[in-house]
Write a protein that binds this ligand. Structure first.
Ligand SMILES: CC(C)(COP(=O)(O)OP(=O)(O)OC[C@H]1O[C@@H](n2cnc3c(N)ncnc32)[C@H](O)[C@@H]1OP(=O)(O)O)[C@@H](O)C(=O)NCCC(=O)NCCS
Length: 200
């Protein structure tokens, strides 16, 4: 579904993705949020995660495109996805090797497993949200959020929940979206903000 087109920039809501598009999502995600835990399991796990969400009809992927290439995206997730289904031995080994190089990874993973997010009722979740460096701070994120809200509303959700360690963005949600700060916690030097806001 095409939503808008302006200066060769267009926005789309995808319910399926090609391998090439998954690679583009992965590259932007890795460059924008290199410390996200999922990267340390390897590309295949992120690919299986996205394909798993699509197969179970548990997400919409909202993308910003410039000349047919993805330059920003939001993965809007509907409900729980059991990540254990996609983790295999080679990805565990990869994670363990990465943990030898960076022992704090184990601590962060343990914390996240022991303290899962409590998501408010009638909420869907912004899972991943990233815009590639060259296109940041030009309003693409705001447009992606607007489309995410419209998509959530169409799916009958009343709220959007998200978790971020981008402080500037957390305050954008609180001040501009009138988001409620549910929880704030620190894992090592990462301060996480859990927020939700009502969709108008
Ligand atoms: C956060 C991000 C997705 C926003 O996309 P964007 O296109 O740059 O955003 P916009 O220009 O529409 O601005 C929206 C808000 O995002 C925040 N933002 C914008 N540029 C930012 C940057 N370079 N770094 C951090 N936050 C930024 C600001 O709060 C901004 O609102 P404001 O200008 O009213 O304060 C993008 O900057 C990014 O990929 N950052 C790194 C990854 C990240 O933190 N992802 C979100 C956490 S899961």
């Amino acid at each position: 579904m095409k939503i808008n087109k302006k200066n060769s920039l267009s926005f789309k809501v995808l319910s399926s993705v090609s391998e090439d598009k998954i690679k583009q999502l992965y590259d932007i995600h890795l460059k924008s949020l290199p410390n996200d835990i999922i990267h340390f399991f390897g590309y295949d796990i992120e690919k299986k995660y996205i394909l798993g969400l699509i197969e179970e009809n548990k997400c919409r992927i909202i993308v910003a495109l410039s000349n047919k290439s993805i330059v920003g995206f939001i993965i809007l997730r509907f409900g729980f996805f059991n990540i254990k289904k996609i983790i295999d031995l080679s990805s565990i080994l990869r994670f363990l090797i990465n943990s030898i190089l960076n022992p704090m990874l184990i601590l962060r993973l343990t914390y996240q497993l022991l303290k899962p997010n409590i998501i408010p009722k009638q909420s869907c979740e912004i899972d991943y949200f990233a815009v590639s460096n060259r296109f940041k701070s030009q309003g693409i994120g705001k447009k992606l959020l607007k489309i995410a809200e419209k998509t959530a509303k169409e799916k009958k959700f009343k709220k959007i929940f998200t978790k971020t360690y981008n402080k500037k963005l957390a305050y954008f949600y609180i001040n501009k979206k009138k988001a409620v700060l549910l929880n704030k916690y620190k894992i090592l030097h990462y301060l996480y903000f859990c927020v939700y806001w009502k969709i108008n």
